[in-house]
Design a protein around this ligand. Structure first.
Ligand code: GLN
Ligand code: ZN
Length: 765
């Protein structure tokens, strides 16, 4: 079988590209230096894949920022707000324009906002959303793809260029003008795609991969028709070019027939997410078509289970023969870190279960060799798989038993919200429009230094604790002076809202270099959940208790919810994801209980990533939401009626899941709304959100200090839509990225706005 890798990470094993880009932006290195780094990274990848013995090695999977932006630049999808800027550059392909689209441009009298960014399907990778305007003229603007193909050729490597397929490209963008439709857009783009593919063929390419992950989503008939039009035209223009149509992140399901009859040379399918699709596809695959089996997981860091993969591969061989098969990763390896060999601190037991990009390439090759007869490669893999099934560090019977014993009562508060509200108001004695914040306060350089020093052993635990206590004291007094009603301790001891908890829970481990690209030069190093999760000891209680001891006002306990921890980690694949979520929920539940026992009367469990877990297919969404809500409720429904449970969410677009948010039954939800001018609240009003709500009254993403007036106006709007006694006053999100001066100024205005709103409310009563 030919081996095929759909794409490789590009940030560099030491994040070289991130550093080079940021240095270039800061004017510290020249464009030539940046390009040199890029060329070196590409060469390293190609060489590695070639030496490993991969047949179809990708090119154009490199990007300075984002592959969807590259596609926009290639064909000239450039919004008109960039036109004047573009006219100032002699070379329309200059990186200045490219980075301006990605990051916005605020200099030389320009003030242009960047392209919008959104998640790439259900990954944590964010792409820049193409903006299609009717005035745009598409042409082959940027020959990047052809250049990189030739660059690889100069190293003696014939690559398979990868492009975002035309339909996924169109569907992932936004149409800005009413007169433009998907059909007319495709009509305009197709000649440019054909021109590009022709150029690639002329440069010597035999295979080209067109990524069409939209084929694993619910498609309208009109979108299905786009596929027919696009691929029929491409085939007609380029009868000899081998097109590999790549689908991933799920199964083709109702799009199977469509995908199978498109006139392409090979179809790539994701057999990690959707192994069950193999049977139908094998049965219906047209005789002239090859099939690429994506058996090695491109989305997770676990070692491949060779026997499971071999079963799929052998079934395919039995039905269509090796000659018609390609073997590879489920999707691009962009979503996994570079190299497990670079991890020197992982426990050897856990490490033997893992594989990063480089190891996954080795797995594809090994599977192919096993099929060819080299079964010696199986033993080690079987040993690792077996040890994973039985390891005492993964399997904690007590955790599994506890989960089995969870009952419906464990996921329900003792009384209705109406009853709880009376009790809580009696205990908390809060004014109308109570004010609070979302949890974190500015993470100054000194605070960050403190954590770094503790980690390095430069300061003792005692010194560290004393310094954190002093930061908490300072923050409590500042909040009292500002006149806030429900205070927070400030989260100074936390590097990150997931890592902080992961470090204290059993079942988690951390890598030293496990970076993956989140967007542009931003990389994240997700924790690894390898085993059953439990909480050996309290995680936040001492800090919360200390903060509460300083004031008579209630101090909110602050936790991260199970779904957010799940979403932002690499999750074990040897049990259903939701089992892991429920285990996390039980661990958080223990913490909630301990906080309550320590005298904390308000407890917030953040779930900003709740929406991120939504499955791509609509049919699966209700079940996911039901489980996600259940996990949240399991985490919090241990408290007395008088204890007030808060939750917080951000990243907007909650309108379509509002009923599920309500089903979480938090007493108070604080939520991002200020950037959308409280648009969200209309949904809340429409649906009659039953509990209390804190619609964010100002955007924390900007240093701008909001005026009393504008926040008062937002509160007025909220009071028209919701009962006044249910409205809280708070910023949009945590304040850790802000400076103290702007934070205090903004909060002072916010408290004044709340006071004014109270006066108005009493007068109107
Ligand atoms: N409590 C967290 C904070 O204030 C919430 C962060 C978030 O919503 N992303 O920073
Ligand atoms: Zn937030």
């Amino acid at each position: 079988m030919l081996t095929n890798i759909a794409g490789y990470p590009r940030i560099g094993s030491q994040r070289e590209l991130k550093k080079a880009c940021e240095n270039y932006w800061a004017g510290k290195i020249s464009l030539e230096r940046l390009e040199l780094t890029a060329r070196q990274l590409r060469k390293e990848n190609w060489t590695l894949l070639q030496e490993a013995g991969i047949d179809l090695i990708s090119s154009n999977d490199f990007s300075y920022y984002d592959q969807v932006l590259d596609m926009s630049m290639t064909v000239g999808v450039i919004p008109s707000r960039f036109q004047a800027l573009r006219d100032t550059f002699a070379n329309p392909n200059c990186p200045e324009l490219y980075f301006a689209l990605a990051r916005g441009y605020q200099k030389n009298n320009f003030d242009i906002t960047a392209l919008e960014m959104t998640k790439w399907f259900d990954t944590n990778y964010h792409y820049l959303v193409p903006e299609f305007e009717s005035r745009q003229q598409y042409a082959l603007h940027n020959p990047k793809c052809v250049q990189e193909f030739k660059e690889a050729l100069s190293h003696g490597i014939t690559t398979k260029p990868v492009l975002i397929g035309p339909v996924t490209f169109i569907l992932s963008g936004k149409i800005k003008d009413a007169e433009l439709s998907h059909d007319t857009l495709l009509e305009k783009l197709l000649p440019v795609y054909i021109q590009l593919l022709t150029a690639l063929q002329e440069a010597g390419a035999t295979w080209v991969q067109l990524d069409e992950p939209s084929l694993v989503t619910d498609l309208e008939p009109a979108a299905k028709a786009l596929y027919d039009t696009a691929y029929t035209a491409i085939r007609a223009a380029l009868p000899d070019l081998k097109i590999l149509l790549a689908t991933y992140f799920g199964g083709l399901e109702d799009n199977t027939e469509l995908a199978l009859q498109l006139p392409v040379s090979a179809l790539h399918i994701d057999l990690v997410r959707a192994p069950e699709q193999l049977d139908t596809i094998l049965a219906d695959l047209p005789a002239n078509k090859l099939l690429s089996l994506g058996v090695v997981d491109g989305r997770n860091i676990w070692k491949n289970d060779y026997n499971a993969s071999l079963a799929l591969i052998r079934k395919a061989i039995a039905q269509i023969g090796e000659d018609r098969l390609l073997l590879g990763t489920s999707c691009s390896l962009l979503h996994v870190p570079y190299d497990l060999d670079a991890e020197t601190a992982l426990s050897p037991e856990i490490k033997q279960w893992m594989a990063f990009a480089k190891q996954k390439v080795g797995e594809v090759v090994a599977l192919n060799r096993i099929i060819a007869g080299d079964t010696t490669l199986l033993a080690d893999n079987e040993k690792a798989m077996n040890s994973r099934k039985t390891s005492a560090s993964i399997h904690l019977p007590a955790v599994k038993d506890r989960l089995k014993q969870v009952t419906t009562a464990d996921t329900q508060r003792h009384s209705t919200f109406a009853h709880r509200q009376l009790l809580q108001h009696a205990v908390l004695q809060l004014p109308l429009f109570p004010t609070t914040t979302i949890g974190s306060f500015p993470q100054t350089t000194e605070i960050r230094q403190l954590r770094a020093d503790l980690k390095k052993g430069v300061i003792s635990q005692e010194t560290y604790d004393a310094e954190i206590r002093s930061a908490i004291t300072d923050t409590i007094y500042r909040q009292e002076n500002l006149g806030l009603d429900v205070l927070v301790h400030g989260e100074f001891e936390r590097n990150d809202m997931v890592e902080y908890f992961g470090e204290q829970l059993d079942g988690f481990t951390f890598t030293q270099n496990g970076w993956v690209q989140s967007y542009g030069t931003r990389c994240v190093k997700p924790p690894v959940i390898f085993g059953d999760v439990q909480r050996p000891r309290p995680m936040t209680v001492a800090w919360s208790r200390y903060a509460q001891s300083l004031t008579n006002k209630p101090v909110k306990g602050m936790l991260t919810g199970p779904i957010t921890i799940l979403q932002w980690s690499f999750v074990r694949n040897d049990q259903p994801r939701m089992d892991t979520a429920f285990q996390l929920a039980l661990a958080i539940r223990d913490e909630v209980k301990d906080l309550e026992d320590a005298g904390i009367t308000v407890i917030q469990v953040d779930e900003p990533a709740l929406r991120e877990g939504l499955p791509l297919r609509k049919a699966l969404r209700a079940a996911y939401l039901e489980d996600a809500v259940k996990a949240f409720r399991l985490a919090v429904c241990t408290v007395d009626d008088a204890t007030q449970v808060h939750t917080h969410m951000c990243y907007a677009e909650f309108n379509d899941i509002i009923e599920h948010i309500a089903a979480m039954d938090a007493d108070v939800i604080t939520i991002e709304t200020s950037r959308s001018q409280m648009e969200l609240l209309e949904a809340f009003a429409h649906f009659r959100y039953p509990n209390e709500t804190g619609p964010g009254v100002y955007d924390i993403h900007s240093p701008r200090v909001p005026t009393v007036k504008e926040m008062e106006a937002l509160l007025e709007k909220a009071a028209q839509l919701l009962p006044a006694r249910n409205i809280w006053v708070n910023p949009d999100c945590g304040l850790k990225t802000r400076k103290w001066a702007e934070t205090e100024a903004a909060l002072r205005n916010m408290v004044t706005a709340a006071k004014n709103a109270r006066i108005k409310q009493t007068v109107s009563c």
